[in-house]
Design a protein around this ligand. Sequence first.
Ligand code: NAD
Ligand code: UDP
Length: 337
Amino acid sequence: MKKTILITWWTGYIWSHWVVAFEQAWYKTVIIDNLSNSSISTLDWIEKILWYKPDFFEVDLRDIESMDTIFNKYNFDWVVHFAWLKAVGESCDKPLEYFDNNIVWSLKLFELMNKYDVKNIIFSSSATVYDSTNFVNWKGVLENGITWNTTNPYWTTKYLLEQILMDLSKFSWFKVMNLRYFNPIWAHNSGYLWEDPFGIPNNLLPYIMKVANGELKQLQIFGSDYDTIDGTWVRDYIDVVDLIDGHLKAYEKISGTEWFFKVYNLWVGKWVSVLEMLKESEQVTWKNIDYKLVDRRPGDVAQVFCDPSKALNELWWNSETSLENSLMNSWKFYSSK
Ligand code: NAD
Ligand code: UDP
């Protein structure tokens, strides 16, 4: 029988890719989303790839009654918890909203899991849980290098939920797979799924693509006086399809074993600055991308470099797609919209 997985907040960017990969790998996925940052049309795109629509409920995670009904209806093996508000700048403006949404409502979800005896969870964490001030030798931090030194409420919520899950694994027998990564980019190779948030994008790549495509006028680069190769901040950008493959490998490897808390860095191991990303995008799109250097963004993070070797050794996973290829595919979809 197919394993059944509940996915919170799936019609968003990363997790629509996730649904496709898991359905294709013969799992049944059941999805809830309140469509606050995504569109119901994602279902149609998914149907074009899979030839059917997965079970979907337009439900807010905070609607406990509806969530209870869904738990009652299905016999879930796993919950994949991606439910999160995720904008760094916004989290500094609305910290309480972030704590409420990301922590309080996650706890309600865990209560439901407990009630229905669903104790397996995949948590989408982030390299934000590492202390970004400690990395001077560039060897990269291993999974046990977690430190308490976050710079914004979004990151704090990731850190706190990891700690909560660790305790639930110790004291309530939750089985937790915790995956940490930074900046996913690109789109599904079918051409049907890509990152297209509502309104003005917060993230760099959709912003760049929209300027290249004439939908936005100018990119603002937040900070040019950082201690980096060209003064702009650097990040490790990972192709979203490689990232989902990492989730699948991790899930398959450990779903039958008796561990209670597993953590992996899903990391490319290559730095790209904002200006480098811009130049590379100009080459791929053959467009001049107008930009302006402005002040640092509040709460923006220092550089964190992770060591992805555990994922390579234990999951036989690494990210191989080149930045150029990721950008070319991204542009293919943006320019054809
Ligand atoms: P996204 O905004 O594209 O997707 C989030 C989805 O959640 C949207 O479809 C939105 O409609 C839905 N949603 C919001 N509030 C809801 C609520 N109360 N009830 C039900 N649904 C609700 O985000 P994404 O980029 O796909 O990221 C998803 C997860 O991955 C988050 O946990 C995020 O922290 C994590 N993550 C993202 C990145 C990244 O750079 N994108 C990096 C590391 C970790
Ligand atoms: N960035 C920028 N202008 C933008 C959006 C992002 O200069 O309009 C920078 C941002 O300061 C960071 C990098 O691009 O250094 C990646 O930002 P993003 O929001 O995509 O990811 P995150 O900060 O969550 O890693």
